[in-house]
Design a protein around this ligand. Structure first.
Ligand code: KG4
Ligand code: ZN
Length: 323
């Protein structure tokens, strides 16, 4: 039963956790979102500085809460890539220094492997290979998992990630940053079938469309056109801008496209379990759509626990533990 201290600082969340045997003994996340919100996105230099300030106290806090001493740790882990370079350096150098100081091994973890492993913090998975839909602010990918460290990417977004689409559309709708939770809140009372928006298909050089790959940049442009048209109507004395309907229609098309293509890929691959992880996996409508479709098709499904969808250090600890 290895015990690990794990750190995560790849973007705008400073996080530390102590994990043992795929269980969280302590986990804290300090978000810098409010500070970046006034710039409409993450400012890398500010992110690095805030990580430097926040991390020591977070580490002290998880060590105290878990009741684990440095001597009892089997390893120290940190996210090493991908992410903002300065931000990553803060976490990985802190982790390496602590490992040196306490004479422990250091485990450098790939951020996406952390997200993949976040599902192990929830209900146990059925045996056998499974398909993961990883949907975050930086990535939208389908990954076949055949066991720890045995990953094969089967599909990806050719342009924006799903989370990036949420963030950019939220900016268009003047909902602020981060966009995902803001759109979810705005969409709650909306009619998701009011506006037809494109599902963004990827053409193949030999003709036809790629069956699984995603494209979200056209959707963003379609929302921009729709918003411009609706605002003009409002200014001309027509209907007040239907924010909830626009947000719900956008959320619906993203959920539908993610669920349709991923379930199709799982069926084609003969995989009977579908897993969803990453910040966008926190989206309520998407979780519901995935559950509905998987039940219809007789597929097992798991979603990372809500608290471990967005960036955190517990998932980094689990990935390191598997190693
Ligand atoms: O995994 P994550 O925390 O960071 C990355 O590795 O990128 O994902 C952050 C992304 C952001 O784009 C954010 O808008 C989105 O996840 N997100 C959501 C929700 N909560 C966070 N998107 C849709 N609905 C949500 N409830
Ligand atoms: Zn992430």
């Amino acid at each position: 039963m290895p015990t690990l201290l794990a750190l995560e600082t790849s973007c705008d969340e400073s996080a530390a956790a102590v994990v043992r045997d795929q269980r969280v003994l302590a986990s804290v996340v300090a978000t810098q979102m409010e500070e970046h919100a006034r710039f409409g996105g993450v400012v890398p230099e500010i992110a690095s500085r805030r990580h430097v300030e926040a991390l020591p106290a977070l580490i002290e806090q998880v060590m105290a809460q878990s009741g684990v001493s440095y001597g009892e740790l089997d390893a120290i882990a940190a996210t090493a890539a991908p992410g903002l370079v300065g931000a990553l350096l803060v976490g990985s150098l802190t982790g390496r220094s602590l490992a040196r100081l306490h004479n422990k091994p250091f485990v450098a973890v790939h951020h996406l492997e952390g997200h993949l492993c976040s599902v192990h913090l929830g209900d146990p998975l059925p045996p056998g290979p499974y398909l993961v839909l990883l949907v975050s602010g930086g990535h939208t990918e389908m990954i076949r998992v055949d066991g720890p460290g045995r990953y094969q990417r089967l599909a990806r977004s050719r342009d924006d990630a799903a989370g990036e689409a949420f963030d950019k559309v939220a900016r268009l709708l003047e909902l602020g940053y981060p966009g995902g939770p803001a759109i979810q809140a705005a969409a709650a009372a909306g009619d998701p079938s009011r506006f037809a928006l494109p599902k963004g298909r990827v053409s193949r050089p030999e003709g036809g469309f790629h069956p699984y790959d995603f494209s979200f940049s056209g959707l963003k442009t379609a929302v921009l056109r729709l918003v411009t048209q609706l605002r003009e109507q409002e200014q001309a004395g027509g209907e007040p801008f239907p924010l909830a309907d626009v947000a719900a229609s956008f959320e619906q098309v993203v959920a539908d496209v993610l669920v349709e293509r991923t379930t199709r890929c799982a069926l084609d691959q003969g995989l009977t379990t579908l897993v969803m992880v990453g910040g966008v996996a926190a989206n309520r409508r998407l979780r519901e759509r995935l559950q509905q479709r998987c039940s219809q098709l007789g597929l097992e499904w798991r979603v990372a626990p809500l608290a471990y969808c967005t960036d955190n250090a517990a998932m980094i600890g689990v990935a390191a533990e598997q190693r």
